[in-house]
Design a protein around this ligand. Structure first.
Ligand code: BEZ
Length: 536
């Protein structure tokens, strides 16, 4: 047997003495010594036997769990500080381990482990780890942070780093081998976590996939609250969700070109005036009152300090529609009910001011951003453009962001890329960081554009899991084979409701600043009809 074969054989199954069953090898992990960490459970979950408690009939993740191979499930609690309570799970396939580790991130304020990501990873042969980042709750809850500065640090960056180091120790103990390659993939707050890892802990991961990163947390949530609460704080100024389709149709009528569905290839070139929708007679859902038109103008406007400094970008036209558009994130079904508001209000109450009575109605960007920066930037903002240590260890970073994202502006992610380019040099940057801006995609996925491109990992459809169609595979190939991704073919569906009842289409998404441009001939629903072209 060649040395290589001996090595891959030892990688494929747990290190166990000849008499030891995989169950026993897994159970021995309970004795693993890792600083400040208690292992609560180390036991094999047999094939298809994962039970995470009651679930609804609509929860299709259960179908995924039934397909899982037997794995060793390690559950631990880590207490790097007396107020820390970081739950971690590490899942290790008993056989067929591909020698790699995939770390999972979180959405919103975290509070639970991303089991679906862990499941997809081990089904594809990875060992995987995830964490709740130190508290339990739904992604929009933040009361846990009130008067708990160490928990804010656990959420900010310590939880994911602790999970990563612990997972590596568990892998070493179980397989008698360090992972050959380590990856981290997540979106939104998970994109922020991804950038924290690249910036603060460059040794942790070889390859990082960061979707729609909420990296400049303080500015982002200042804007979310300013738009959601302050701009719409009177009954007149509130924009009812029922008016949003009218606005979207008017935007598309003004700016849509030859894209295959109802989205804009590049919303930056669309200039739309809400005044064109002013009611001429009685108010209906098909028109805007002057106060509502003023609100829409304010939603599209950038947020500045009094001295003119840009703090955050306004909404881009074209992404208004749907539950994952303005009605879900910005306007809500009633005043103050948008999801962005929950994050903004919770952040300022529980993290910035430690005052549950604090109210956005009195928000003052100059005063309150200063407080947010002073009290939380060091813990939460992942804005450091100096990725040279990550590059020096051979790290590769792929960012992606939808043009129709109503929660986090894609322009902010372009800003971050440009800050890295300015710090390390544009050519150096291209050798280890790439951004894919996705037309018509909403927050992390969905929307009328081509929005499925392997951002959640393998899809288990061999035709779609190669580097040409799957951005996770493209990242792995970049790390392991040195092939930098220029484009990935993404799929979408023309049904604007997102329920998949329309026609399927495909289009390349391109390494920024290139964008997919229609060749002028051929079926616009086919990827071959587009080329990635420099458009900046
Ligand atoms: C998210 O994780 O989805 C998120 C976090 C902060 C602001 C907006 C979205």
């Amino acid at each position: 047997m060649s040395a290589l074969l001996i090595m891959s054989a030892s990688l494929a199954s747990p290190a166990q003495s000849p008499q030891q069953s995989p169950q026993a090898a897994c159970a021995t992990l309970a004795a693993l010594n890792f600083a400040h960490t208690q292992i609560q459970q180390a036991a094999v979950v047999e094939t298809g036997a994962l039970n995470l408690g009651p679930y609804s009939a609509e929860d299709h993740t259960q179908d995924l769990y039934k397909k899982l191979p037997a794995f060793c499930r390690v559950v631990a609690l880590s207490h790097p500080t007396p107020d820390s309570d970081i739950k971690i799970e590490v899942w290790l396939p008993l056989s067929g381990w591909n020698g790699k580790f995939m770390g999972q991130g979180n959405g919103g304020f975290a509070g639970s482990i991303g089991y679906q990501g862990l499941a997809i990873a081990i089904l594809a042969g990875f060992a995987s780890g995830g964490t709740d980042t130190g508290h339990t709750g739904s992604a929009t809850e933040s009361a846990w942070a009130l008067h708990h500065p160490e928990k804010i640090i656990d959420f900010g960056y310590r939880g994911v780093h602790t999970m990563t180091e612990f997972s590596k120790a568990v892998l070493q103990a179980f397989y008698s081998s360090a992972p050959q390659h380590t990856y981290f993939s997540s979106c939104s707050d998970g994109g922020r976590e991804a950038l924290m890892e690249a910036q603060r802990f460059p040794a942790d991961y070889d390859g990082i996939l960061a979707g729609a990163p909420a990296y400049n947390w303080s500015s982002l949530l200042s804007r979310a609250g300013a738009l959601g609460y302050q701009v719409q704080s009177t009954a007149d100024a509130y924009l009812p969700a029922a008016k949003v389709p009218t606005i979207n149709q008017a935007v598309l009528a003004a700016c849509h070109k030859d894209e295959p569905a109802d989205f804009l290839a590049d919303p930056r070139t669309c200039h739309f005036s809400p005044a064109t929708l002013l009611c001429k007679g009685a108010e209906t859902d098909a028109c805007l009152t002057p106060a509502q038109a003023h609100t829409v103008d304010a939603l599209y406007a950038d947020l500045h300090l009094k001295n003119g400094k840009l703090i955050y970008h306004g909404m881009l036209p074209g992404g208004e529609l749907g539950g994952n558009g303005w009605p879900g994130w910005i306007t809500g079904e009633k005043p103050g009910a948008g999801e962005g508001n929950a994050y903004a209000q919770g952040y300022f109450r529980n993290m910035v001011y430690s005052n549950p009575q604090w109210d956005f109605k009195d928000f003052n960007i100059d005063r309150d951003l200063q407080a947010a920066t002073a009290n939380t930037a060091a813990q939460l903002n992942a804005v450091d453009p100096d990725l040279r240590p990550f590059k020096a260890r051979g790290g590769k970073l792929i960012l992606y962001h939808g043009w129709n994202d109503p929660a986090i502006s894609p322009l902010a992610t372009i800003d971050y890329l440009e800050s890295v380019q300015a710090t390390v040099g544009p050519q150096e940057a291209a050798s280890f960081v790439r951004l894919f801006v996705v037309p018509g995609m909403q927050h992390c996925g969905g929307g009328p554009g081509p929005n499925a491109f392997g951002q959640w990992g393998p899809t288990f459809n061999p035709a779609l899991d190669d580097a040409a169609h799957n951005i996770t595979t493209a990242l792995i190939d970049w790390v392991e084979k040195g092939t930098a991704p220029e484009q990935v073919i993404a799929r979408g569906n023309t049904d604007p409701t997102g329920n998949g009842k329309g026609a399927d289409f495909a289009q390349p998404i391109c390494a920024w600043p290139k964008a997919a441009v229609y060749k002028g001939a051929g079926d616009p629903k086919t990827a071959a009809s587009y080329t990635c072209t420099a458009t900046k």
